[in-house]
Design a protein around this ligand. Structure first.
Ligand code: MOS
Length: 752
C-alpha cells in the first residue's frame, strides 16, 4: 500500500497545472438536463412497459402493534393489483440485530405486527394508476393497539446511557482546572430534532427481466443499496442492477434506503410488471431518518488573559429503540482549541421516535451551535475580541492526539474574513447600533469538519473520436460529482471538457462508496485521477510503439496531452488518430484509490470562519440575515462554482438551524408536528441577504494525490452560531434553545 509521502513525491497534472480547468467555475455537466426538466429522476424513469403504482400506508401510533387488518374493500377497489401488510408480504431476509452504516444487510419491509414509531410503513397498495392506488389506500382498515411510549426527549434524561463502545474522553484534570479557572462559562444549549427536507422524496421505479431486477432509486450509496436490496430479496447480488443517476438532495437522509425500494422490487416481481413507489412529504418526515435533538453543556475555564485552561462539551441526544446512532456533537471540540484539561462525551436516550441518523455535518452542525457561542460569551467576559480569543487558543498540534495537522489555516480564514467583512466596524457592546426599528449586530464563528478518504475505483475509456468516458458507481446528489469527474478527465488527458462523458450512479460501474461525510469529491476524484494517469501511460506506450505515429520511438514519459493532441516536443498527432489506428474499439484504463497506510499520522480537517450581520426587530422579534461571509480552507478546490454552491448552501442551512428549523414532537401521538414545508421552515431566497463563500488557495498534500478535501458539510459547521452571536451583538439577548424564533427572542429581550 502506498503512503502519503509517495503522493507528495509524485507529480500529476491536476496538482501541477494551475492554468487548467481544475478549480475553475465550470458549469454543471448535467445542468442543461436539470434546468430543462429532462434529467430523469428515479420516479420519472420510463420502464420498458407501463408501470403499476404503489402507495404506502403509515402507522398512526408511536409504539405498539397492528391489532387488526381488513384489506377486503381495498382489494375490491378499481384497478387494485395487490394489498400487502405484514400478514402477506413475501418473505425477506431477516433484519440484523443492529444496522451499521457501511455494512450491507437485509432491510425487510412490513416486517411484523410491531410498530416502533409513528409513520412506520405498515401497508402498500399497488394499482394500475396512482389515483386508484390512493383511493384504495383510503379503504385499508388498520387497527392499532398502543403500548406505553416515551417520545419527549427532555422527559427521559434520567434514562440516558453511554453509547455502546464509547467512553468519555478526558485529558488532564478537567474538574480541578475548571474549578480553579478565574473566568468561566457554564451553559446549556438545546437543538431540536431536524429533518433533511430533500427536494426529491425517496422514490423507486423497478422492473424484472426474468431473474434480473433493475431498479432506479434515489440514494447516496450505490453499492450499499444494491447489496442490501439483494440480501433483503434473498437473491444473488449480481441479480440486482441499481441505478441512481440523478438525486434531488441526500444530506445523509438517503445514506440508506427505505420501503419504496424494497416494496417496488417485490411488487414488480409479484405482478410481472414495472412498479413505481414514492414517499409523500409527510412520509419523508417520519419514515426516513432525522437529525436528533441535542442538549449540550459547555464549560470553559480561562485565565484572565484568555488562555483556555479547561474545556468540556457533554452532549445528550436520542435515537430510536433499535438503533445506536449518536449525534456526536462533542467530537469536533477535540480538535478545535488548545486547552490542557479537557472532557468530552455523549449520552444517548432511546425513544419511541422515528430513526435518528446522519444529517449534513452530523456532530458539527449541532455542536458548533453551543461551543462557538460559548466562545463568544467568554470573549465578552474577558473583554476580548472573539477573533483574537480564538487565535490565542489556536493549538500548534492536534490538542488531544498531539498529531501534526496535515494543514491548518483556520487563523488565516478568520483574519481574511475579518478584513473582507469589515469586522473592525463591529461595536463590541451589544444594542448600540440602531437603524430605524432595527438593531444591527455582527457575529462570527469558526468552522471545522473532518476529512475522510475511502477506497474507490473508476475507469476511463478513450474512443476513436478522442472522447473520454468516465465510469464510476458514484452518486451526484446535487453536489457536482459529474462536473468534477469531467474536469479531472479533461485535465489528465488534455481534452476539451466537451469531449468527456460521465457515467455514474449504476451498480455495474466500478464501485465507489457514494456521497456522504463530505468524502465524495476526494474519494471519487482520487480514483478518477488514477484512472486518468493510467490511461495516459497506456496511450503513451501505444504511441511510441506505433510506426505510423509521429511519436514513434520517442521517450513515452515526455509525451504531453493538450487540446486533444499528443506531442513530444514538435512531433504531434491527434489523440483520436492514434486511437483509431490502434484501438478502434477504444482503450480503457482502471484507476483506484485507497487511504494511504500512514494517513492516520496527521490530524486532517477542513476549516473556515463565518461572519454574519443581522438586523433584529425588537418589537416583533424578527431576525434578518443581511450579510454572510464564509472564508474556507478545504484543500485544492476542484470547481470554484460547485464548491461555492455547496458552501453557501451549508451556510444557508446554518441560518435555518439558528432561526427557523426544528420539529416538535406531539406528546400524544409521538408524531412530528411539522409535517410539510409550510410548517417546517427552511430558509428561502428572501431570508438570505448578501452571501459569499471564499476558498483559500490551499493544497493538502497529506489528504490524497490531488491535495483536495471536501466542502459539502463544512459550510453548515458554525454558520448558525455566527447568526446567534450576531443576534446577541445586535440586541443583547442570548437564546440558547434553538431555533431562535421571535417568541423566544422577545421573551429574552423582556428579561433583560
Ligand atoms: Mo452524510 S450526513 O455523512 O451523508
Amino acid at each position: 500500500m502506498s503512503s502519503v509521502s509517495d503522493w507528495e513525491a509524485t507529480s500529476n497534472p491536476v496538482k501541477e497545472n494551475r492554468a487548467g480547468n481544475i478549480g475553475k467555475a465550470v458549469d454543471r455537466y448535467e445542468g442543461p438536463l436539470k434546468v430543462t426538466g429532462t434529467a430523469p429522476y428515479a420516479y420519472e424513469v420510463e420502464p420498458p412497459s407501463p408501470p403499476a403504482y404503489g402507495v404506502l400506508l403509515s402507522a398512526s401510533i408511536a409504539h405498539g402493534r397492528i391489532s387488526n387488518v381488513d384489506t377486503a374493500a381495498a382489494e375490491a377497489s378499481p384497478g387494485v393489483h395487490l394489498v400487502w401488510t405484514y400478514k402477506n408480504v413475501p418473505a425477506q431476509g431477516p433484519r440484523p440485530a443492529r444496522y451499521d452504516f457501511f455494512t450491507p444487510s437485509p432491510r425487510p419491509a412490513l416486517e411484523s405486527e410491531r410498530v416502533h414509531f409513528f409513520g412506520q410503513q405498515v401497508a402498500i397498495v399497488v394499482a394500475d394508476t396512482l389515483e386508484n392506488a390512493q383511493a384504495a389506500a383510503a379503504l385499508v382498515k388498520l387497527s392499532f393497539e398502543t403500548e406505553p411510549q416515551s417520545v419527549i426527549f427532555h422527559d427521559h434524561f434520567d434514562e440516558a446511557v453511554q453509547p455502546p463502545g464509547e467512553s468519555d474522553t478526558e485529558i488532564g484534570d478537567f474538574e480541578a482546572a475548571f474549578a480553579a479557572a478565574p473566568v468561566k462559562i457554564d451553559d446549556n444549549w438545546r437543538t431540536p430534532l431536524q429533518n433533511h427536507c430533500q427536494m426529491e422524496p425517496c422514490a423507486t421505479t423497478a422492473w424484472w427481466e426474468g431473474e434480473q431486477l433493475t431498479v432506479h432509486t434515489s440514494v447516496q450509496m450505490v453499492r450499499f443499496a444494491q447489496s442490501s436490496l439483494a440480501e433483503t430479496l434473498m437473491i444473488p447480488h449480481k441479480s440486482v442492477r441499481l441505478l441512481t443517476r440523478y438525486v434531488g438532495g441526500g444530506f445523509g437522509g438517503k445514506g440508506s434506503f427505505y420501503e419504496d425500494l424494497v416494496l417496488a422490487s417485490l411488487a414488480a416481481r409479484e405482478l410481472g410488471r414495472p412498479v413505481k413507489v414514492a414517499f409523500s412529504r409527510q412520509q419523508m418526515m417520519h419514515g426516513t431518518v432525522h437529525r436528533p435533538a441535542t442538549e449540550v453543556r459547555v464549560r470553559l475555564g480561562a485565565t484572565a488573559e484568555g488562555k483556555l485552561t479547561a474545556m468540556s462539551l457533554m452532549t445528550t441526544t436520542h435515537c430510536d429503540r433499535r438503533g445506536n446512532f449518536t449525534e456526536h456533537a462533542s467530537n469536533f471540540a477535540r480538535s478545535l482549541y488548545a486547552a490542557p484539561n479537557r472532557l468530552t462525551g455523549h449520552q444517548l436516550v432511546r425513544l419511541d421516535l422515528p430513526v435518528a441518523s446522519a444529517m449534513r455535518a452530523p456532530g458539527e452542525a449541532s455542536g458548533t451551535l453551543s461551543l462557538e457561542v460559548a466562545m463568544d460569551e467568554l470573549a465578552e467576559k474577558l473583554g476580548m475580541d472573539p477573533v483574537e480569543l480564538r487565535i490565542l487558543n489556536e493549538p500548534p498540534t492536534d490538542p488531544e492526539t498531539g498529531k501534526p495537522f496535515s494543514i491548518r489555516q483556520l487563523v488565516r480564514c478568520m483574519r481574511e474574513g475579518a478584513q473582507l467583512f469589515g469586522w473592525d466596524r463591529r461595536n463590541p457592546k451589544p444594542g448600540q447600533v440602531r437603524q430605524g426599528r432595527w438593531l444591527i449586530g455582527f457575529g462570527m464563528a469558526a468552522a471545522i469538519r473532518g476529512n475522510f478518504l475511502l477506497p474507490a475505483k473508476c475507469s476511463f475509456t478513450v474512443d476513436a473520436e478522442g472522447v473520454i468516458t468516465v465510469k464510476q458507481g458514484m452518486t451526484d446528489i446535487g453536489t457536482g460529482t459529474y462536473t468534477v469527474l469531467a474536469q479531472i478527465a479533461a485535465e489528465t488527458l488534455g481534452v476539451p471538457l466537451g469531449d468527456v462523458r460521465v457515467e455514474i450512479g449504476d451498480s455495474e460501474l466500478p464501485p465507489a462508496p457514494g456521497s456522504g461525510g463530505q468524502f465524495g469529491a476526494a474519494t471519487a476524484g482520487s480514483a478518477a485521477l488514477d484512472a486518468g494517469m493510467n490511461l495516459r501511460k497506456a496511450i503513451a506506450e501505444i504511441a511510441v510503439a506505433d510506426l505510423a505515429s509521429p511519436l514513434f520511438g520517442g521517450p513515452s514519459e515526455d509525451i504531453t496531452f493538450q487540446d486533444g493532441v499528443i506531442a513530444i516536443s514538435n512531433r504531434s498527432e491527434r489523440l483520436s488518430d492514434l486511437i483509431r489506428r490502434n484501438r478502434p474499439e477504444g482503450l480503457t484504463a482502471e484507476g483506484e484509490i485507497r487511504p494511504a497506510a500512514d494517513a492516520g499520522k496527521w490530524s486532517s480537517h477542513t476549516y473556515g470562519a463565518h461572519y454574519v450581520e443581522v438586523a433584529v426587530d425588537t418589537v416583533t422579534g424578527e431576525v434578518r440575515t443581511r450579510r454572510m461571509l464564509g472564508v474556507f480552507a478545504a484543500g485544492r478546490i476542484l470547481n470554484w462554482k460547485t464548491a461555492r454552491s455547496q458552501l453557501t448552501g451549508g451556510m444557508i442551512w446554518g441560518v435555518g438551524s439558528a432561526l427557523t428549523e426544528g420539529n416538535s414532537v406531539d406528546p400524544h401521538y409521538g408524531s412530528l408536528i411539522n409535517q410539510d414545508l409550510a410548517g417546517y421552515l427552511v430558509p428561502v431566497q428572501a431570508d438570505i441577504g448578501e452571501i459569499e463563500a471564499i476558498m483559500l488557495d490551499e493544497v493538502d498534500d497529506k489528504a490524497n494525490p490531488m491535495g483536495i478535501k471536501g466542502v459539502g458539510e463544512l459550510g453548515i459547521s458554525g454558520a448558525g452560531a455566527a447568526v446567534a452571536n450576531a443576534i446577541y451583538n445586535a440586541c443583547g439577548a442570548r437564546v440558547r434553545d434553538y431555533p431562535i424564533t421571535p417568541d423566544k427572542l422577545l421573551a429574552a429581550l423582556e428579561a433583560l
